[in-house]
Each structure stands twice: as C-alpha cells, then as structure tokens.
Design a protein around this ligand. Structure first.
Ligand code: DGL
Length: 260
C-alpha cells in the first residue's frame, strides 16, 4: 500500500520531497489537481468539492494514509476527510505557534509574518489558531497568490521573484519581522527570494519537516510502516496518470535548495 499526497498543484511536492528524505522505504502516489489550481482564490464550497473528488480517486488506489499537502485544502476540508475515510489523514497548517513562541521570548517581541493564500488567511481555522496563540498581537498575514502561478510555471528566478515580493511588501516594514511563516506549500520554492527581501536574521520556516515527522510517528503507531518500498512515486494530474518528468524537475530543484 502507498501513502497519498494531495495538493492543488506542485506545492505538495515540497512536502513529498521531505517524505522521500525521511521515509525512503515507502511508496507514494502524488495527486495534483491541475485542472482546478489555484485553490486560494476560489470560494470554499468549490474547493471542498474538488478536494473530496480528488481524495475519492486516491482512496480507490488503496492508500494507507493521506497527507493533505496543501494549507488551503486543509483549512477547508480536513474535517470532512477525517469523517469520511478510515485511513489516517494528516493536514498542514501555518506554523504560527512555534513562530510566536520564538519571537515572544527569544527575539524580544519581533513580529511574525504569515504568507499564505487569501482563502487560508480568511478561514475560521486560521483565525482561531491566531487568536489562540497570538496573545501579544505580533502576527500579520499577507496573501501572495501570484507565487502559486509562478510555481506552477516553474518560475523561481530571484530576478523575477524578488522584485515581485518587494512590490507586494511596499509600505511594510520588513525589518520588524523575526520570522516569516510560509503558510502555503507552493511558497517553499521561493525561500531564497524571501531570504533576499527580509533581514539576514529573519527565520523563514515552513511545516514540511514537522508534518513528515508526525507522519512517521503515525505510521509506526498504527503498524502501517514498511521497509519494502523504494521511494517510488506515481503521479496523477486531476485523475490522469502523468509522466514523472513533469514533477521530477521540481523535486530536483528542491534538492538544489536543500544543498545550498
Ligand atoms: N498549495 C496550496 C497551499 O498550501 C494552495 C495553492 C493554491 O492552489 O492556491 O495553500
């Protein structure tokens, strides 16, 4: 049996890459909902419908666990998915809590900037998370929908992305941020460009390492782990099996980021 990874597009590959690193002896299916990406600018009923349709398809491939490697889909549909399926369903949410803990104590109340889709930032799940952990009111949010488009088109060149980020952050005092939380899985591809726009001591964090650590624990607890796979991935684009090459180039690009 395989582990399913789901995203609206190529964002979830940033999480899958971490799974291939931490759990190389599993096999995977990766589902990108390329017919409907981007999710972040759509209405939530529509997104919920797309997610349920995609996960029905994945469930029919006999997955033993599902990682919703998309913050937007998690905020809209995670409860529906958990009710509907018997296999473990893991989601992603912006890493606001560790960022607030770190900036409140260690950095003398610097601010935290959460970059995500507008749908994630607007959703109750995110609002509740912030009200729960942000006692000092140090968290700001910014929607960066164009980064999803750039990622889908394999545009990662800092000469294009840095000016884009600077335009979006016009009027924001970037030096006040101790941590930038990448709250959309598509954004990890742009880590180098974020690092160029914020001060050198600003941390840029995302949830992929923690999510996969948690996946590992769940597989062990439920006796679902295997040592018989080979890190093989079968890719689907909105229900159609897709040649590896399209997605492999993203995984190769992520490897270059990890080495830097
Ligand atoms: N990758 C998704 C996320 O983590 C959303 C991208 C989109 O489809 O707008 O939020």
């Amino acid at each position: 049996m395989t582990i399913g990874f789901f995203d609206s597009g190529v964002g979830g590959l940033t999480v899958l890459a971490e799974a291939l690193r931490q759990l190389p002896e599993e096999n995977y299916i990766y589902y990108a909902d390329t017919e409907h990406v981007p999710y972040g600018i759509r209405n939530k009923d529509e997104v919920r419908r797309f997610v349920l349709q995609a996960v029905d398809f994945m469930a029919a491939q006999n997955i033993k666990a599902l990682v919703v490697a998309c913050n937007t889909a998690t905020s809209i549909a995670i409860n529906n998915l958990r009710q509907k399926y018997d296999f473990p369903v893991l989601g992603m949410e912006p890493a606001v809590k560790p960022a607030v803990e770190k900036n409140g104590t260690q950095k003398g109340l610097k601010r935290v900037l959460v970059a995500a889709t507008q749908l994630t930032l607007r959703e109750q799940k995110y609002q509740d998370l912030v009200s729960r952990v942000d006692q000092d009111h140090i968290v700001d949010g910014i929607a960066l929908p164009e980064l999803v488009e750039y990622a889908e088109n394999f545009v990662f060149d800092p000469e294009i992305i840095v000016p884009y980020l600077k335009r979006k952050l016009t009027g924001w005092n970037v030096s006040q941020y101790g941590t930038v939380v990448l709250g959309c899985t598509h954004f990890r591809y742009f880590e180098r460009s974020f690092a160029k726009v914020f001060p050198a001591d600003t941390d840029i964090i995302d949830g992929s390492i923690g999510t996969i650590r948690y996946l590992k624990t769940i597989l062990e607890q439920k006796n679902l782990a295997t040592s018989r796979g080979k890190g093989e991935v079968t890719f689907y684009s909105s229900g159609k099996e897709t040649a590896k090459a399209k997605y492999q180039k993203y995984l190769d690009f992520l490897n270059t980021l990890n080495k830097a």
